[in-house]
Design a protein around this ligand. Structure first.
Ligand code: EPU
Length: 339
C-alpha cells in the first residue's frame, strides 16, 4: 500500500469554500481508481469515520474531522459514444464542474450550459444533484460509476437508480459515505434546446442580441457574479438552505398575507417557497454578526468575512431558522452538509 498518500493532521482550509482553518485526522487523495482500491484493502481505514470530499463547496465544518477524508481527484473527459443527435461523455470525478461546462460549450454540446460557474467537482455534482436556472444535473446524467467502499466493487447506476431529487440523490441517503463516485457519463445534445425562461436570463440575452450556448453561459455567469459572493474573496458555500416545499394550502394562505412572496408550484398539493425571500423578510439580508453574516445581495447565502468559524455560521443559521419559523411557520432545512 502506498503509505505516502495518507497524511495525518491534514489542513482542509483550501478544501472548504467557507475557508475555515480545520484539519482532518487522516487524509487520502487518489488520482487513479486502483489507488483507492488499494486503500480499501486495508480494513483499518474502513473502521474510521469517513468523509468523501470534492472541492468542499457545499460543506460546513464546525470542528476538526476526526476520521479519514477521502479526496477523489481522477481527471479526464472522453467521448465514449457518438450518435447522430447526442454524445455520451465520460467525465472523471475530480474534474472541476465548470471546466466540464466550458468543454461542452466549446464543443457545441448542450444540456448543462445553465449550470455554468457552479463551484465543485463532477463527482459531487451527482451526489448533490446540482441545479440552477431551471436545469439540474440529473437532466443530463446517463450513468454514474461508483465504488462500493465495503466490498470494493465497481457499480454502475442508471439515472433512475440514482434516485435524484431536489438537491438530493441516493448518495446522500441510503448510500451516504458508502460509495465513492468515480465517473459520470453525461448525455449531451448536438442540437441543444435552450432553456432561458428562468429569472432574468432572457433579459440578459436580449441585451447581448444572440441566443447560443456561449451567450447563455455568459448570461448565467453574469447573474451569478452579481448575486453570489466569490468564495476566493468571501468564504461561503452557495445557498445555505434548500428552498422549502410546503402544503399548497399554507402557500395560498401566505400569499393572502404577503402578496409578493416568491412561490413555485411543485404539484397540486405542494409549493416551493424561495427561502431567500423568507430570510430577507425576517430582516436578515446583509446583517453581520461578528465574523459571519448574511450576504447583502442574496439572503440564502451565509458568509465568512475572514476570521469566522463554523460554529458561528451554525449559530447564525439556527437563529435564521428560528425567526423564519416564528414568522412564517416554515422549517428551513440546510442544503450544505454540516460536520
Ligand atoms: N429572493 C429574495 N431575496 C433574496 C434572495 C432571493 O427575495 O435575498 C427572491 C428572488 O427575488 C427570486 C427568488 O427569491 O424571486 C429566487 O431567487 P434566486 O433566483 O436568486 O434563486 P434561489 O431560489 O434563491 C436557487 C438555488 C441556487 C441557484 C438559483 C438559480 C437552491 C437552494 N438554490 O436559489 O443554487 O443558483 O436558484 O437557479 O435551490 C446553490 O444551490 O448553492 C445555489 C446557489
Amino acid at each position: 500500500m502506498n503509505k505516502k498518500k495518507i497524511y495525518t493532521d491534514f489542513p482542509l482550509k483550501k478544501l472548504n469554500t467557507f475557508g475555515f482553518d480545520i484539519r482532518a485526522k487522516q487524509y487520502f487523495e487518489f488520482t487513479q481508481t486502483k489507488e483507492v482500491l488499494t486503500l480499501l484493502k486495508n480494513k483499518q481505514y474502513l473502521l474510521l469515520p469517513r468523509l468523501i470530499l470534492g472541492a468542499g463547496s457545499n460543506i460546513l465544518f464546525t470542528k476538526d474531522f476526526d476520521g479519514i477524508v477521502i479526496h477523489p481527484n481522477i481527471k479526464g473527459i472522453k467521448i465514449t459514444e457518438d450518435f447522430r443527435d447526442h454524445i455520451l461523455l465520460k467525465v472523471y470525478c475530480g474534474e472541476s464542474w465548470d471546466n466540464l461546462v466550458e468543454y461542452a460549450i466549446e464543443n457545441n454540446l448542450g444540456g448543462i450550459e445553465n449550470l455554468s460557474f457552479i463551484p465543485g467537482t463532477v463527482g459531487a455534482s451527482v451526489v448533490q444533484n446540482i441545479g440552477a436556472y431551471g436545469v439540474e444535473v440529473k437532466d443530463s446524467v446517463e450513468i454514474v460509476e461508483a465504488i462500493n467502499i465495503e466490498t470494493s466493487e465497481l457499480v454502475f447506476f442508471s439515472n433512475h437508480e440514482c434516485k435524484f431529487g431536489y438537491r438530493d440523490s441516493i448518495f446522500k441517503n441510503e448510500y451516504k459515505n458508502k460509495f465513492i463516485v468515480i465517473s459520470v457519463s453525461f448525455k449531451l445534445s448536438k442540437h441543444p434546446v435552450f432553456n432561458t425562461s428562468y429569472g432574468n436570463i432572457e433579459d440578459k440575452l436580449k441585451k447581448s442580441g444572440k441566443i447560443n450556448l456561449s451567450a447563455i453561459r455568459q448570461a448565467v455567469i453574469n447573474i451569478r457574479r452579481q448575486k453570489l459572493p466569490d468564495p476566493a474573496e468571501i468564504g461561503n458555500a452557495g445557498s445555505f438552505f434548500k428552498n422549502p416545499v410546503i402544503n399548497k394550502s399554507q402557500a395560498d394562505f401566505l400569499k393572502t398575507q404577503y402578496a409578493n412572496i416568491q412561490l413555485y408550484p411543485v404539484s397540486d398539493l405542494e409549493t416551493k417557497v424561495a427561502a431567500g425571500w423568507l430570510i430577507e423578510h425576517c430582516g436578515w439580508k446583509g446583517r453581520r454578526t461578528g465574523n459571519v453574516g448574511v450576504h447583502d445581495k442574496q439572503a440564502l447565502v451565509l458568509v465568512n468575512y475572514g476570521s469566522g468559524n463554523g460554529s458561528e455560521i451554525l449559530e447564525l443559521s439556527k437563529k435564521i431558522q428560528e425567526s423564519v419559523f416564528e414568522k412564517f411557520k416554515i422549517n428551513l432545512i440546510p442544503e450544505v452538509n454540516i460536520f
